[in-house]
Design a binder for this molecule. Structure first.
Ligand code: PAF
Length: 281
């Protein structure tokens, strides 16, 4: 496994690899890696791609600066996990390498209605920051395929839109969410949960499963209220419990068999904000 800290050195290295007939798979991360990230590296390796994983905690996507300050940094452990997964290349840039002209002089993209709802509405500017950093990383890495986790469903749609806006041929591969035995979606934020919080955290997924299973049988507003009650009783503060068109994220007031559907939840417990989603079929 080779580790690069400089964008130019990584670009040169990947240029040589490409000229030798290899294709590149890319897993962008902010570190604090877990099995979910590792499954993305494995998906890329399975396709025979030279697999690059970046670790960069991007300040421009944090609308809440205290969230940025709390973001776990576990670089040594991350490198060990990546080595174990057979990752070929790790990119560990600092802010100057990612934004050599300064973030304020680096292009941002407009994702229209896709960034106005759900996470975009709760975290203003977040997807502009995600688009900005992934845009830069794509310029540097130029991957054939980009591997993302479905847990960040809206992010997957935003990045697919970014790839279109940048006129790239990069394939955006959405990989299944990895879960703990009680259903909790794996996330770097889970390590912030206290033991009692962790005990109830699987309820978010259980609510999503109940939204999925009541499709066509119970009006969504009723299921939504049930989930809200269940979560509040256990100490969560739900930010949204939503049903949306799975392609556009336009909100749906009720189940609609004529549209692809996704159910999404964001809820706070203590200082930690958790998100998850499920396809509703
Ligand atoms: O999902 C993440 O970890 C980040 O949003 C990403 C895609 C690495 C961009 O900073």
């Amino acid at each position: 496994m080779v580790v690069f800290r400089k964008s130019a050195e990584l670009s040169d290295y990947l240029h040589i690899k490409r000229s030798e007939g290899n294709s590149i798979g890319f897993v962008p991360t902010m570190g604090a890696l877990h099995k979910g990230h590792i499954s993305l590296v494995e998906a890329s390796k399975k396709r025979g791609l030279i697999t690059v994983c970046s670790i960069f905690v991007n300040p421009t996507q944090f609308n809440d600066k205290s969230d940025l300050a709390k973001y776990p940094v576990t670089t040594e452990a991350d490198l060990e996990l990546l080595l174990g997964a057979g990752c070929d290349v790790v990119f560990l840039p600092d802010e100057k390498e990612v934004y050599p002209q300064g973030a304020e002089n680096t292009p941002v993209y407009d994702f229209g209605s896709l960034e106005a709802v759900l996470e975009g509405a709760m975290r203003p500017g977040h997807f502009r920051g995600v688009g900005q950093v992934v845009g830069r990383l794509l310029e540097i890495v130029q991957p054939q395929a980009l591997f993302l986790g479905r847990k960040d469903y809206q992010q997957c749609l935003v990045i697919a839109d970014l790839v279109k806006q940048m006129h790239l041929a990069t394939e955006v591969v959405r990989c299944d969410t990895r879960r703990e035995p009680d259903g909790l979606a794996m996330s770097s934020r889970n390590r912030r949960l206290t033991e009692p919080q962790r005990t109830v955290a699987g309820l978010i997924y259980q609510c999503l499963v109940s939204i999925q299973s009541k499709n066509g049988a119970t009006p969504f507003a009723i299921v939504q209220k049930e989930c809200d009650d269940i979560l509040r009783k256990k100490g969560f503060e739900p930010e949204y419990i939503a049903l949306a068109n799975a392609d556009t994220l336009s909100p749906l007031a009720n189940y609609d068999a004529a549209q692809p559907m996704v159910a999404l939840i964001a809820a706070r417990i203590g200082d930690t904000r958790l998100i998850d989603n499920i396809a509703v079929v």
